[in-house]
Design a protein around this ligand. Structure first.
Ligand code: HXC
Length: 257
């Protein structure tokens, strides 16, 4: 791995992927995204990992797709390279993924954070889709995910002006989960990841799937999907353990089975 650092047990059952192109503000070149995809695939299959954090550094989560890599490409180059199949694989990660964001999360960086399940931000985090300023538009889900998160009016304004949105505004409009001081954002993401890692991983996976389904489908189908996953959870030893532990007034011991 050249552009990311992967720590399988950053905290018990919590893995960390750190984007590591600091001089370029973690601009997302294609190799970096492929490395993230490969890392996530490995961590998804690793039974010792129950939650994953993706972070950058204090200055930047990521300042966007690598403009220098894209600048001279043709539409057909883009079509043939098909970089978004990498992004599609990333978004299919089954385990919960938390973005720990400080500094810039712009363009593809904002889209990448939105691809994650939750966003913990530092006070300096800045979100935006500034592609309009360089003659293009978001291509990795920004027009869709930002709109669903903050609503049409705010998304339209941000995407058509390219204005950066400070963390406070992102929190007010439901884009992110919480804001903490800079020295705390990674610790806070770890605490959130550990809280989730204490739950049944089977139930977490089924619940994540069901929440994500709400973005893909009509209410009736979404409810049916949720119901099937709810029933399926009753096939797990963890559901039996969880309910038994409640009745016996003790902490559950989840095995992920
Ligand atoms: C390539 C980038 C970059 C990017 C920053 N750098 N962002 N390189 N792609 N997206 C590089 C700069 O060229 C510079 O390298 C170094 O990082 C530091 O950046 P500066 O601009 O000197 O820093 P600063 O003045 O602090 O300004 C920070 C900034 C600005 C406001 C974040 O860098 C900026 O506007 N970046 C571009 C943001 C953007 O437009 N993102 C959307 C990209 S398109 P050198 O070598 O010159 O020192 C996109 C499409 C997504 O994301 C869809 C497809 C996946």
């Amino acid at each position: 791995m050249e552009f990311i650092i992967v720590t399988e047990q950053y905290a018990p059952a919590v893995a960390l992927i750190q984007l590591n192109r600091p001089k370029e503000l973690n601009a997302l070149n294609r190799q970096l995204m492929e490395e993230v995809r490969d890392a996530l695939k490995g961590l998804d299959a690793n039974a010792n990992v129950r939650a994953i954090i993706i972070t950058g550094n204090e200055q930047a989560f990521a300042a966007g797709a690598d403009i220098k890599q894209m600048a001279d490409m043709s539409a057909i180059d883009m079509l043939l390279i098909d970089q978004f199949s990498t992004w599609d694989q990333i978004r299919k990660t089954k385990k919960p993924v938390i973005a720990a964001v400080s500094g810039f999360a712009l363009g593809g960086g904002c889209e990448f954070a939105m691809t994650c399940d939750m966003i913990v931000a530092s006070e300096t985090a800045t979100f935006g889709q500034p592609e309009i300023k360089i003659g293009t538009l978001p291509g990795a889900g920004g027009t869709q995910r930002l709109t669903r998160a903050v609503g049409k009016a705010k998304a339209m304004e941000l995407i058509l002006t390219g204005r950066f949105m400070p963390a406070e505004e992102a929190l007010t409009h439901g884009l992110i989960n919480k804001i903490v001081p800079v020295e705390m954002y990674l610790k806070e993401a770890v605490a959130l990841a550990q809280e989730i890692a204490r739950m049944s991983p089977v139930a977490v996976q089924l619940a994540k799937e069901a929440v994500n389904r709400s973005f893909e489908t009509l209410l009736d189908e979404g409810l049916a999907f949720e119901r099937k996953n709810f029933y399926l959870s009753f096939a797990s030893a963890d559901q039996k353990e969880g309910m038994k532990a409640f009745i016996e007034k003790r902490k559950p011991n989840y095995t992920g089975k």
